[in-house]
Design a protein around this ligand. Sequence first.
Ligand code: DWN
Length: 399
Amino acid sequence: MIKKFLDLGKQPIANRFLSSSEQFKDEYFFNLEVGFDEDTKLVSLLQQPNKEQMFNNEYPYRSSGSETMRKHFQMIAKDIKEHFDPKLVLEIGSNDGVFLKNFEKIGYRHKAISVEPCSNFAKETRKLGFQTYSEFWNDQTAENILASHGQPDVIYSSNCACHVSDVDDFLRCAKGIITDSGVIIIEDPSMEFVLQDNAYSQFYDEHAHIFSIMSLKNILEKNGLQIFKVETLPYIHGGSKRIFAQKKEKGTQLISLSVYDELARERRLGLDHFSTYEQFAERVEKNKNKIIELLTRYKNENKKIIAYGATSKSTTEFNYCNIESELIDYIVDTTSEKIGKFSPGKHIPIISYEKGWNDSIDVSYLSAWNYKCEIMRKEKEYLLRGGKFILPMGNVEVI
Ligand code: DWN
């Protein structure tokens, strides 16, 4: 039974940035509510917009938009080569090819193919020389791949499984296509970090689920799969977990201690109890009040406040906390697809970093809070001259 614990109000499509004010009146909104499944222990949105509304040829988010993520994908590509020496890697959800690109560098170009439903990005990876299926991941796509390339022995999927409403189907299709000793590697934001950091803004339309290891174990087992290793990625997207899975009956990898450790820790933290999520919802409400109070105080002191990074997470934060352009003058971002547009729901203008980042700024709301380390390194001068960053997650901090 799924029990609701969080209501984040009316929310728009998190990555649909609006080109002009004429589009404001027709903007689509849905109720962003989150629930806990007592049986599988999975945390999911109670309703998700149609996938075509979210993932299409205008999808603006580039996975290559930060140094942190570029390095992250470089490292995992190298690890996959070293540990599994695959004959064929299939990436599900390849975005702009930031992971695939590395296969060229390590001499594996013809050993990597991908699936990416956003055709603007699929076009880019094809240009790089990687066969890309511009489709949603399903039985038909798996069949087409099988017919043209044979069975992959590694499937890698970063920040994609949690986007799929029918995660059973996602896993069933993956199991159906890999070799008997094949490995499925999945990484997504982790429920443990969401609870630890009050990171409620990991919930938005695209994130149909936020996984715990215990929920993934249950769903994988239901689909004949088994986790054999877990890695913690504290600096990736606000804290992620990477799981390695294999066919339960045919897999050849030994089960690492990391699996038992993770499950035991999650039980200690109460991730299997509804009350843990109810308490989280209370902290979220407090976070909202605190952030509004802080921004209002700075505004009353005539400080110039902007936001740093037009993120999906800030769509949730701004709409839930009702943060509009009266409080935040504009958002700076480096992504060409977002510059010159307006943020979803609250319609705050997005300006290029070159134009918008200057000495007149007193306070920056760090909407790209998951890149805190990278941004603090880059913006030392701003901090030295007295500029402040607001960290909206956790207990709301000012740096
Ligand atoms: O699952 C998803 C995650 C992994 O990525 C997707 N559904 C969408 C996306 O979520 P997000 O939009 O919250 O992701 P980011 O990576 O937190 O977005 C960062 C934004 O900030 C980008 O638009 C790039 C921008 N940025 C910037 O302008 N200057 C980022 C950095 C590091 C910078 O220095």
